[in-house]
Design a protein around this ligand. Sequence first.
Ligand SMILES: Cc1ncc(C[n+]2csc(CCOP(=O)(O)OP(=O)(O)O)c2C)c(N)n1
Ligand SMILES: [Mg+2]
Length: 343
Amino acid sequence: MATVTEKKKASAPKKLQHPKEQYMFWFENMLLQRRFEEKSGQLYGQQKIRGFCHLYIGQEACSSGAVSALKKGDKYITAYRDHGIPLALGTSPNAIMAELYGKKTGTTKGKGGSMHIFDKEVGFVGGHGIVGGQIPLGAGLAFAEKYNKTDNLCICYFGDGAIRQGSFHETLNMAMSWKLPVIFVVENNGYAMGTSVARSSNVTELYTLGEAYDIPSEPVDGMSVEAIHEAVSRAADRARKGEGPTFLEFRTYRYRGHSMSDPQKYRSKEEVEEYKHRDPIEQIRAVILENKIATEEDLENIDKKVKEIVAESVQFAEESEWPDPKEAYTDVYVESDYPFVMD
Ligand SMILES: Cc1ncc(C[n+]2csc(CCOP(=O)(O)OP(=O)(O)O)c2C)c(N)n1
Ligand SMILES: [Mg+2]
């Protein structure tokens, strides 16, 4: 029976539909995120990194595939699982690692930590801790681009847990009415903390929620960087032509727990292993080798280079200074007569 909610198949394109350099870019770009976060996880265990820390491992295609499809000037906004996107965009790994350490040289001068990476230069507008809070902000960024008559758009990421928030529905309604140049992306990794998508709603085909607002909406294989690149390219085309938003559901998976303190009792080891067989980096490695774009040795050398970049970022963070306590009062909104904020 053909209904609005009829299941669409997640698309996965065939081999070598892109230039060879594109595959090499994806490989290195995703590997940098993976190695950086593996290291961050270890450093957290050593208490070098403290506070909240949510790893993106397994979801790297979601950032790399969008970065390759979009252009400079476009804006990116996401939730607290936010190390991957700026790394993919080219933010200095040194500055991100220093931010994780809470050092002065960090992207937010050590004041934001893991959940609040920002980098204006590359168009990365955070890093937000309130579930669903960044969705209206993403539409606002897109509104600004339209208002200023630029050719830029905003890609606004959020998790499957965020789409039951009122802010999601209000924003989609307004963004479509105003035909804002925005790409809404739900990174459906199956869980919001320990709650599965199926436990939180009767509607598990998340992309269909966009159809309620007449927004072109589709599911995308979130473990395939090629599929993501293509879906984001189509959405960007629509946005730049003035046709308004697109809603994409990236079907992805996080291999690690929700945050660093998660016993993961809500899922089986077999389930995690199943997704690891579809690992986005391994898929691209296979395409590269099968098509002789590069040799095993070339890929090993890229891995070595990436590990050196990560090691350098750790050294940089270690050697950086702590922020001056006075720094807590800069770059923040201060009401001078507020009784608790005083020099
Ligand atoms: C408004 C609000 N409610 C609750 C929380 C607590 N919380 C932090 S993360 C999270 C789960 C969100 O899951 P999802 O949106 O699927 O993102 P994921 O962690 O899977 O990337 C919750 C409930 C919060 N930060 N903000
Ligand atoms: Mg989730």
